[in-house]
Design a protein around this ligand. Structure first.
Ligand SMILES: *Cc1c(COP(=O)(O)O)cnc(C)c1O
Length: 384
């Protein structure tokens, strides 16, 4: 089945009871038993299993080329459930510029309960190997990264993980299952903040996991049910609906993004543009090998905090907001928003300057988005 078809026909779509072509919203916490322990379809209690969530979980498993899927109440609940596969005393090697919330839960929560992390540049295989100790049990990466869009070679990382008996985890939020399937490249677990592209409409907070390893799936299922950070039926329904248009949204986003990248590269006010299509050498090769697109996130440097602040204020279609991956274009200033908790010196070391602006390109008409940016740049012309 081709990818576009899989987004519509993957998973378990038709309701067996009524023939409804969409999995209904089973707004129920419990299920009538026909005699003690005699369950009709294996459903007993909705923390453990709910048919609407099952529809979503089988769908994410299919579109990520896995065999098991799991839905959580947020991306962070999915991240935390993955870390709970480990024990106190275990160690994780983590990409150095992972999502801020991921950094926070690793350093402020799991560290405290005895699971330590070391953060390394995962575009550098030697640095990753050097960070592995006899306590290391997991390799956790994100590619491309946020906000500087560096690309890590997933197959290379999965191979290092296999050699060292580590569980490899890839946060695939930015690329989506339409552009990139980490399980095909050897990763053990793929993770999504489904709040972003998978939901796609800025109306759900959710997290998803998929794997094709039966033992990992059994353990994740146990953790999901025991810890309980599940996704409810309404939100599960919205994600199934979001996935139906994921292919179309990603193709439109990508087309417009490449036009905006070209405009920004040729703009004198912009000192640097970050987008996976602009990478060189090993990172560009990895991106082309492992993904079928470059994605809809662009970061660019306008040279100063003052210019960045004025630019975001003067735009009409780019909404100033955190988050990404929605039908509407969003804009943010990482140094003052998503990455504000990192000390300025460390931010500058990472390349997150005060003038760095990040956009998530939506599916509005590209001519309008381009015109909006042109007007924005006119508005900051005279600012230093
Ligand atoms: C947003 C995000 C998360 C966290 O997901 P929530 O749904 O906000 O909990 C994790 N990873 C990446 C890459 C994200 O962008």
């Amino acid at each position: 089945m081709q990818k576009k078809t899989m987004m519509i026909h993957g998973g378990k779509t038709v309701d067996e009871f009524t023939g409804s072509v969409n999995a209904p919203i089973y707004q129920t916490s419990t299920y009538k038993q026909d005699g003690i322990g005699n369950l009709r379809q294996g459903y007993e209690y909705s923390r453990t299993k709910n048919p609407t969530r099952t529809a979503l979980e089988t769908l994410i498993a299919d579109i990520e080329h896995g065999t098991h899927g799991f839905a959580f109440g947020s991306g962070m609940a999915a991240v935390s459930s993955v870390v709970m596969l480990l024990n106190a005393g275990d160690h994780i090697v983590v990409g150095s510029d992972v999502y801020g919330g991921t950094y926070r839960v690793f350093t402020k929560v799991f560290d405290r309960i005895g699971i330590e992390s070391t953060f390394v540049d995962t575009t550098d295989a030697e640095a990753v190997k050097a960070a592995i100790t006899d306590k290391t049990k997991m390799l956790y990466i994100e590619t491309p990264t946020n906000p500087l869009l560096n690309v890590t070679d997933i197959a290379e990382m999965a191979a290092i993980a296999k050699e060292n008996n580590l569980i490899s985890v890839v946060d695939n939020t930015f690329m989506t299952p339409y552009f990139q399937n980490p399980l095909d490249l050897g990763a053990d677990i793929v993770l999504h903040s489904a709040t972003k592209y998978i939901g796609g409409h800025s109306d759900v907070v959710a997290g998803l996991l998929a794997t094709k390893d039966d033992k990992i799936a059994e353990d994740l299922g146990f953790i999901q049910n025991s810890v309980g950070g599940i996704l409810g039926p309404q939100d599960s329904f919205l994600l199934v609906r979001g996935i139906k248009t994921l292919a179309l949204r990603m193709e439109q986003t990508e087309k417009t993004t490449l036009q905006l990248v070209e405009y920004l590269v040729n703009n004198d006010t912009v000192t640097k543009v970050f987008h996976p299509s602009l990478l060189e050498g090993k990172q560009l090769e990895a991106q082309k090998r492992q993904a079928t697109g470059f994605g809809g996130m662009i970061s660019f440097d306008v040279g100063s905090k003052e210019r960045a602040e004025e630019l975001v204020k003067s735009l009409k279609y780019f909404t100033l907001a955190e988050s990404l991956g929605a039908v509407e274009s969003l804009i943010s200033v990482p140094s003052q928003m998503t990455h504000a908790s990192i000390p300025r010196e460390r931010r500058l070391e990472l390349g997150i300057t005060d003038g760095l602006v990040r956009i998530s390109v939506g599916i509005e008409d590209s001519a309008d988005l381009l015109e909006d940016l042109q007007n924005g740049f006119k508005a900051i012309e005279s600012i230093k």
